[in-house]
Design a protein around this ligand. Structure first.
Ligand code: PRP
Length: 182
């Protein structure tokens, strides 16, 4: 699959992402004002770029933690089975928690993670997702804050991969296959 030729067409520029990240961080700062500490949980691996930019714009005391969930592996289709590959280092019971996700597609990953984290009884748990593809949803779940709603395109960049490639693109691009069978 990764050897099938493709081009990447820019969908959301680095500049547009930066402006939206700043706006999201302002809303998050306002929503959690007064917290003693906000635990910002990044879902690996796709959220690593987004969380790095987002936390630097949040004007609150923050703790950063990571959880690794995987449902796609290197495939383009969700396996619908979410595996927790790495759990949080810290406790979240009684804490203010913000889950940071790169993209909500079928919703299986986010729903599984939110259920898991809610079972640990945080004081408050909200979700910030950079991208949302509502047309693909199979599980009813919505992030508290969404950066951009996008159409049903396979996207890469700004942390998001295609078979572990293209995570380092500074923008969000759509993968379009070229050549025979495109
Ligand atoms: C991707 C993405 C989201 C999830 C969204 O993760 O980062 O976590 O899929 O899809 P869903 O709403 O259909 O569950 P992936 O399993 O590819 O792992 P990665 O973050 O390490 O790339």
């Amino acid at each position: 699959m990764p050897d099938r030729p493709y081009v990447i067409d820019e969908m959301i520029s680095a500049k547009a992402i930066a402006a939206r990240v700043e706006a999201l961080a302002k809303e998050i700062t306002r929503a959690f004002r007064g917290t003693d500490k906000l635990v910002v949980v990044g879902l690996l691996r796709g959220s690593f770029v987004f969380i790095a930019d987002l936390v630097r714009e949040i004007d609150l005391p923050v703790e950063v933690d990571f959880l690794e969930a995987s449902s796609y592996g290197d495939a383009m289709q969700s396996s619908r089975e979410v595996r927790i590959l790495k759990d949080l280092r810290g406790e979240i019971s009684g804490r203010d928690v913000l889950v940071v996700e790169d993209i909500v597609d079928t919703g299986f990953t986010l729903s599984h993670v939110v259920n898991l984290l809610r079972s640990r009884v945080p004081k408050r748990l909200e979700v910030c997702a950079l991208l949302d593809k509502p047309s693909r949803r199979e599980v009813a779940i919505k992030a508290t804050w969404t950066g951009f709603e996008i159409p049903d395109e396979f996207v890469v960049g700004y942390g998001i991969d295609f078979a572990q490639r293209n995570r380092n693109l500074p923008y969000i691009g759509a993968v379009h296959f070229t050549g025979d069978g495109a």
